[in-house]
Design a binder for this molecule. Structure first.
Ligand code: TXA
Ligand code: MG
Length: 355
């Protein structure tokens, strides 16, 4: 039944793709589904159109946008060079949740897309609606996640409506997105090694296997507010608070599962006693241990795809329920767990309790 509902949603959206493509060509903004999260698209060559994205999102102008393409042949017009390692990664993961930061070909894209950088982030999304829209529009499509800046990225068309209704020219509804977290952003270094600028749907382990080179993570992507020495992240977006629910979120890490659930349970009771509306995000294995006003399962620890898929909706749910105090379990930082913990820590403003 879920598969059929999704097929119906896809076919409804397909009927609107032609109109949406025309909106893009005419310099408008359209939200569309990708396999990661919904994006807010505009013609990347049109400065006015790109400015409309920044305005609708309330996005800081120094944070560059990812350019989406539907066919590898679009690449050469946008960049000056594609290294062998970059080609290997594209062959392995495009279409898919991988963004490659490449040397920008000057004079093609609006300078607002790249926020004045000499590089541009490019990806080919793995979603039939996104590919059709980009193809029919004939534009390279600049598209950040289709949320108000600072809010969790949208994994449903209704999330886009919540944040951007009245501020954009159209929304294509393709049902729930698959991965649920944004693409992995990487840059290939001079020596051929790969640096992860933002962890995401493609894991470091997958990158290493496909590239055959060393994969490191940019140390600047996370910092705690009290850290004195600030390492500037190479992906400008990583320096902003993101995904934050309105309630105060804290992550609980370390200890045995029993210690974690015991501590969380105690804190939830104390918070309820203070008159807080409480929320908890936990893995399926432990979810029965908690009583709170809003309990959100992140799925099983045995397959973190569910946690990635549900995380942003769970965070939005806390806001809908008026939750003021939220505790979340943590997961191991391997594979997809690295991206999940990166987003969770950002949502928590780096508030982590270690048991
Ligand atoms: O999955 C995704 O990537 C989604 C969907 C819509 O494709 N898009 C997305 O876009 O997450 P956005 O704008 O929310 O995040 C783009 C990230 C930011 O952290 C930005 O700083 C980084 O990519 N980025 C873009 N261009 C860059 C560049 N030239 N160099 C370094 N980082 C760049
Ligand atoms: Mg975003």
């Amino acid at each position: 039944a879920a598969a059929e509902a999704e097929r119906e949603a896809v076919s409804r959206a397909e009927q609107s793709i032609g109109r949406a493509a025309a909106i893009l060509r005419d310099g408008g903004t359209v939200a569309f589904p990708t396999e990661t999260v919904y994006g807010l698209g505009a013609d990347a060559r049109n400065t006015e159109a790109v400015e409309a994205i920044f305005k609708a999102k309330g996005r800081p102008s120094d944070n560059p946008l990812i350019v989406h393409i539907a066919d590898a042949s679009q690449l050469d017009g946008l960049v000056t060079e594609v290294s062998d390692t970059a080609r290997r990664l594209m062959a392995a993961f495009w279409p898919g949740p991988l963004t490659l930061v490449l040397p920008l070909r000057p004079g093609v894209l609006s300078p607002r897309v790249t926020a004045g950088l000499t590089t541009v982030g490019i990806r080919m999304p793995d979603h039939p609606i996104a590919l059709k829209l980009i193809g029919e529009s004939g534009c390279p499509v600049a598209a950040p996640s289709a949320n108000r800046s600072g809010r969790p990225s949208p994994t449903l068309a209704s999330h886009v409506e919540e944040d951007l209704s009245g501020l954009i020219d159209g929304i294509l509804d393709g049902g729930p997105t698959g991965v649920g977290l944004e693409s992995t952003v990487v840059q290939v270094q001079e020596d051929g090694s790969v640096t992860v600028l933002r962890p995401g749907g493609i894991t470091s382990e997958q990158l290493a296997a496909a590239s055959g080179t060393a994969v490191t993570t940019d140390p600047g992507i996370e910092r705690s507010p009290d850290e004195e020495e600030i390492v500037a992240p190479k992906s400008p977006g990583m320096k902003y608070t993101h995904y934050a629910p309105k309630g105060a979120l804290t992550i609980v890490q370390g200890g045995t599962p029993e210690q974690v659930s015991g501590w969380i349970d105690e804190q939830l009771k104390a918070a309820a006693g203070r008159g807080e509306r409480t929320g908890v995000m936990a893995f399926e294995e432990h979810i029965g241990r908690y009583a709170a006003d809003c309990v959100q399962s992140l799925g099983s620890l045995a397959g973190l795809e569910a946690a990635a898929h549900r995380l942003y909706a769970a965070l939005r749910r806390m806001d809908e329920e008026g939750v003021t105090f939220i505790l979340s379990e943590a997961c191991p930082e391997e594979g997809l767990g690295a991206a999940i913990m990166n987003r969770l820590r950002k949502a928590a403003g780096q508030r982590v309790v270690r048991l």
